[in-house]
Design a protein around this ligand. Structure first.
Ligand code: FES
Length: 105
């Protein structure tokens, strides 16, 4: 079972932008892809060490970690670049009336 939690307004997240938000005791990164590619959510903390992906760089659907250059696919959470060895947790996203909701387990 999941709980849908309002995470942000869509207006706060421009195309190609990333936003770090706190949901409960978790830090979640929201990504809005360019060309109406949709909004995706993952854990904000890199699986390699302590870095916030919301401080990184979004390139297409790839988020590059700001600390050691590891990277993940924001849709699948899959690690796509060393030194990352563990995939990232992703969360389902729903858009409703200009608000972004994230499904929290
Ligand atoms: Fe992200 Fe090292 S902390 S690649």
């Amino acid at each position: 079972n999941v709980t849908w939690v309002r995470a942000a307004s869509l207006a706060e997240l421009g195309e190609g932008a990333i936003l770090g938000v706190a949901i409960g005791d978790k830090s979640i990164a929201l990504y809005r892809l360019e060309d109406e590619g949709g909004v995706f959510a993952t854990d904000n903390i890199c699986t390699h060490a302590l870095a916030y992906l919301s401080d990184g760089w979004l390139d297409g659907e790839t988020i590059e970690c700001p600390l050691h250059g590891g990277a993940f696919n924001v849709k699948t959470g899959k690690g796509v670049c060393a030194p990352v060895t563990k995939d990232l947790q992703t969360y389902e996203v729903r858009l409703e009336d200009g608000e972004i909701y994230v499904a929290m387990p």
